[in-house]
Design a protein around this ligand. Structure first.
Ligand SMILES: Cc1cc2nc3c(=O)[nH]c(=O)nc-3n(C[C@H](O)[C@H](O)[C@H](O)COP(=O)(O)OP(=O)(O)OC[C@H]3O[C@@H](n4cnc5c(N)ncnc54)[C@H](O)[C@@H]3O)c2cc1C
Length: 512
């Protein structure tokens, strides 16, 4: 059952085995796994419920409808734009469907440095397989690579760099190019098309979803969470209360919001909540080609180059990923104003775009305050700034190798490279706040996982249970102890599948 704000006319009380807050990659998989095991779940989602029939393929309508704060969220003082979805299905509804398993090296760091147990490649394998099957992950076939993706392929191959097609969670993709504003064909196998309807189809309707409903307080009673308080946004701006009593509470609001909820509920028992946030800052480089690329036609993200990534080197680095965006989102990092930007945008059809996803240090902190209730304090470290510059130079090299006549950077001062001889300009311009437009779509951490002996610098244990509480868990990207270095949705889902098994089959102390 999905209850939308517009259907509510009075405050409500609910009781369930488990209350899950947030219906994205973590919350939806978890709710479904628990329901499959016979547990009742109340799933609270701040954003609205929008089935694919609501997706009209127009940026001006879809961005405000599907994104947190209409897509406007920035880390400060770096000024990096951090995009997150906010709707039933969370960021999976607006993401690019790229699927990677966590690099073995990264899971190794989580074990070595954070003493996390049971999150190694062998232990996660079954969970990855289960999720991959359910969301139909498969490699993009050669014929489905559009010219934008082929630019990265050609450039990487010419330079002898390791590269490959992406795997994606898409079935019979129509290649409309609009993944980031909701898949109106329903071919992207987001939570909206998979785990949410699965949960709805279970006989007895064990999962009750409250959309348009924001949890604002976890009510503590000693070492337990006794209840969740939420506000339902109803018709005509009316607001109603929702009180949920559950044996187990799971926070799955995503990085930033999950820490925000723990902090505003006064549950920062060890001073670690909100610490250690990474965001994968990803500057984009535009290559201008004589031929039309028409990057907006076809799959936006279907190819990557992992030559400089942890996947290839075992060390922190960056991934080059082909990406393309509809015109409004594309224009945001394009430099210049008025006529200059108009002239640059007039070449849209001839542009190819490569993003360099930086596997950053976890230096961000979530704090209460600001118009959204929480702020992300994040400054790119000195080491990461150097690596970001290297990533941008590699992207430019790949574009030139593929035949670009010029490369435009996302520096705020219009910067056009005519050949690889100009790469030094990127060093000169730098990546200081204000010098460049950088985007992020992968916030992670803030409620880090840590095993025995690491209680002092983590928020949850190896089973995702919040230290010091018997019945409070976190299940989303915020539990990552370090930056993943690859697109994170699959790992969030695999961890949720693992937690579903753990809670669902009765962790010690929990009885149905
Ligand atoms: C534009 C874009 C493109 C991306 N592309 C890819 C990609 O191709 N591949 C990939 O692996 N990853 C991609 N990602 C990232 C990926 O989607 C996320 O890492 C993943 O969905 C995170 O899962 P989560 O459960 O932590 O949070 P989310 O999926 O973001 O879900 C959190 C949900 O909780 C809700 N919520 C928050 N606070 C509250 C509250 N107080 N009460 C109730 N509900 C609340 C939010 O509204 C949201 O719906 C992309 C993200 C974006 C934004």
């Amino acid at each position: 059952m999905i209850i939308q704000g517009r259907d509510v006319s009075r405050s409500a009380r609910e009781a369930a085995d488990v209350c899950v807050i947030g219906s994205g990659a973590g919350g939806a998989v978890l709710a479904s796994e628990l329901a499959e095991r016979g547990h009742s779940v109340v799933l609270i989602e701040k954003g609205g419920y929008h089935p694919r029939q609501d997706f009209d393929q127009r940026e001006e309508n879809m961005i405000p409808m599907l994104y947190k704060n209409s897509g406007l969220q920035f880390a400060l003082p770096s000024g990096i734009a951090v995009a997150q979805g906010s709707c039933v299905g969370g960021s999976t509804v607006v993401n690019d469907a790229v699927c990677f398993r966590a690099p073995d090296a990264v899971l190794g760091w989580w074990g070595d440095q954070f003493k996390v147990e049971g999150v190694d490649p062998a232990s996660l394998k079954g969970h990855y397989e289960k999720v991959e099957e359910r969301i139909s992950v498969s490699e993009v076939p050669e014929y489905a690579l559009n010219k934008n993706n082929l630019v990265l392929k050609r450039g990487a191959e010419k330079l002898g760099w390791a590269s490959a097609p992406n795997s994606r969670n898409c079935k019979d993709c129509r290649q409309c190019g609009l993944c980031q504003i909701g898949c109106s064909y329903g071919t992207k196998q987001s939570m909206l098309e998979t785990y949410i309807p699965d949960a709805q189809a279970i006989p007895g309707d064990p999962v009750k979803i409250y959309a348009d409903t924001a949890a604002y307080k976890l009510v503590r009673s000693g070492g337990r969470i006794a209840g969740v308080k939420a506000t339902i946004s109803g018709k005509d701006g009316r607001r109603f209360g929702l009180d949920v009593r559950a044996k187990v509470t799971v926070v799955s609001g995503g990085t930033i919001a999950s820490s925000q909820l723990l902090l505003s509920s006064g549950l920062d028992v060890n001073g670690q909540v909100g610490k250690g946030v990474a965001i994968h800052p990803s500057p984009a480089m535009i290559g201008d080609f004589e031929e039309e690329i028409n990057g907006n036609q076809g799959i936006p993200m279907a190819y990557h180059c992992h030559e400089f990534s942890v996947l290839n080197t075992g060390k922190r680095g960056y991934m080059l990923e082909s990406i393309f965006l509809p015109p409004y989102q594309f224009s945001l990092p394009v430099p210049g104003v008025e006529l200059e930007q108009k002239q640059l945008m007039s070449r849209y059809k001839n542009y190819a775009l490569i993003g360099s996803l930086l596997q950053d240090e976890s230096v961000g902190t979530v704090m209460l305050g600001g118009p959204l209730g929480a702020l992300l304090d994040y400054t790119v470290s000195a080491g990461d700034s150097k690596m970001m510059v290297e990533g941008m130079k590699s992207a430019a090299e790949a574009l030139f190798a593929a035949g670009a006549t010029r490369v435009i950077t996302s520096h705020t001062k219009t910067t056009v490279l005519q050949s690889t001889a100009d790469l030094g300009t990127i060093d000169a311009r730098g990546v200081a706040p204000g010098a460049i437009s950088v985007g992020s779509a992968h916030p992670q951490g803030g409620n880090r996982m840590g095993g025995a002996g690491m209680e002092g610098n983590s928020v949850v244990d190896s089973d995702s249970k919040v230290h010091g509480f018997e019945n409070l868990f976190v299940c989303d990207a915020s539990v990552f102890p370090t930056s993943l270095g690859v697109n994170p949705q699959l790992t969030v889902m695999a961890l949720a599948s693992r937690l579903g098994e753990h809670i669902g089959e009765g962790w010690p102390g929990y009885s149905k």
